[in-house]
Design a protein around this ligand. Structure first.
Ligand code: SF4
Ligand code: SF4
Ligand code: SF4
Length: 374
């Protein structure tokens, strides 16, 4: 079994698949503080990619309410129950990943039942507990929930790739997107079992496994994914992070993820090196969030709260949802954030404060009364 360095765990780890890191890695930042669970992303993906026969239960993109929601049902608890709790020592994982628990065996996992896919929104909008009779909320209160949008993580060390006995799952060198060759797949579903995020699905009609394709036809044209372009809350930033060499100060993903450590991987302790990074929700207790996002939660919250005093980071945050083009480089000029695509064209220019225009109540030219809305 080979050994790979996992920067999210700050250590080397066993990984049963030989492949160099891609030239560049597709990555996403999701700001959980802004998601409103409108499911526009879910519908954008569903209507474009998974509206065929045998795909009725399949959502490559889903948005679940934590703490109780999960699709498929209990996906994260089921895999966590099979491992010891994650242990960290000053940013280094000291417990075992899914590749290290059963030496020489496929990654540890489990297979969901068909019923687990039947209710994708179970637990939606349910808070952590019940309010006592007569209780009222004056200020911050102990009831919380938050929305967790999920897609395939196009992992650095994908469990689905490692588990496939047919080598039908592969990671592209040009962008790190993980795909399943539908002709090679024989439907053994080892990838479904191995993915700790349960982001591979079995199609009973095609009798092959399938997963989020990272919207590769759009990415090849320099466009962001459909679930990103359609996001109402502008919670998503999609692009490439540097996968070989030092992170770049002028790359918005490198800057937010690696340099400022504002966005964190989901369940990094599994060891797959996920490439969807979450800005943790400010109102949720650190203890719960550290189970999901590892030891960087408290520091990320401090950084997030200080964004109004941090022009460069504010500039990077202003680029969420600002363009359908993938932004490769950014800068801040005065109080304007500017983004350029991979071809060097300016594709986003966002002022920190949107201008306000106050119009006269009565428009003499058109003889109409107008309302000013804030
Ligand atoms: S479209 Fe955006 S805001 Fe709406 S549910 Fe999806 S991630 Fe959240
Ligand atoms: S999230 Fe799952 S399906 Fe996606 S690359 Fe990682 S292991 Fe594979
Ligand atoms: S990246 Fe594309 S294929 Fe993947 S979840 Fe988003 S819309 Fe669906």
């Amino acid at each position: 079994m080979g050994t790979r360095h996992n920067w999210q765990l700050n250590r080397d780890m066993a990984y049963p698949y030989e492949a160099p890191p891609p030239q560049r890695q597709v990555a996403y930042v999701f700001d959980t503080n802004k998601c409103i669970a409108c499911q526009t992303c879910t519908v954008a993906c569903k209507t474009c990619w998974t509206s065929g026969k045998g795909q009725e239960h399949i959502f490559w993109n889903n948005v679940e309410t934590k703490p109780w929601g999960g699709y498929p049902m209990g996906w994260d608890l089921n895999i966590l129950k099979q491992s010891d709790p994650a242990k960290w020592d000053r940013g280094t994982l000291t417990s075992l990943t899914i590749f290290e628990t059963d030496k020489g065996a496929p990654p540890r996992g489990y297979s969901p039942t068909p019923q687990d896919y039947a209710s994708p929104n179970l637990g939606e909008d349910e808070v952590i507990g019940l309010a006592d009779l007569g209780q009222y909320f004056g200020d911050t209160h102990p009831m919380w929930m938050f929305y967790l949008a999920r897609i395939c993580n196009h992992c650095d060390h994908p469990a689905c790739v490692a588990a496939c006995p047919r080598k039908a799952v592969y990671k592209r060198d040009e962008d790190g997107i993980v795909l399943i060759d539908q002709q090679r797949c024989r439907g053994y579903q080892e990838c479904v079992k191995a993915c700790p995020y349960k982001k591979v699905f079995y199609n009973v009609i095609s009798r092959a496994s399938e997963k989020c394709i990272g919207c590769f036809p759009r990415v090849e044209q320099g466009e962001v994914a459909l679930c990103v372009a359609g996001c109402i809350g502008k919670i998503r930033l999609h692009g490439f992070r540097t996968s070989q060499g030092e992170p770049r100060e002028d790359n918005p993903l490198d800057y937010i993820i690696r340099i400022r450590k504002l966005a964190l991987p989901l369940y990094p302790q599994h060891g797959t090196g996920p490439n969807v990074f979450y800005i943790p929700p400010l109102h949720v207790p650190d203890g719960f969030l550290e189970q999901l996002f590892g030891p960087g939660v408290a520091e990320a919250k401090v950084t997030y709260r200080d964004i109004p005093n941090d022009p460069k980071l504010l500039g990077a945050m202003m680029l969420f949802g600002a363009s359908e083009r993938i932004i490769d480089r950014f800068d801040v000029e005065g109080d304007v954030a500017i983004g350029w695509d991979t071809e060097g064209r300016e594709v986003a220019r966002v002022p920190f404060t949107e201008p306000t225009y106050v119009r006269t109540h009565y428009d003499e030219k058109h003889a109409v009364y107008r309302h000013n809305t804030p």
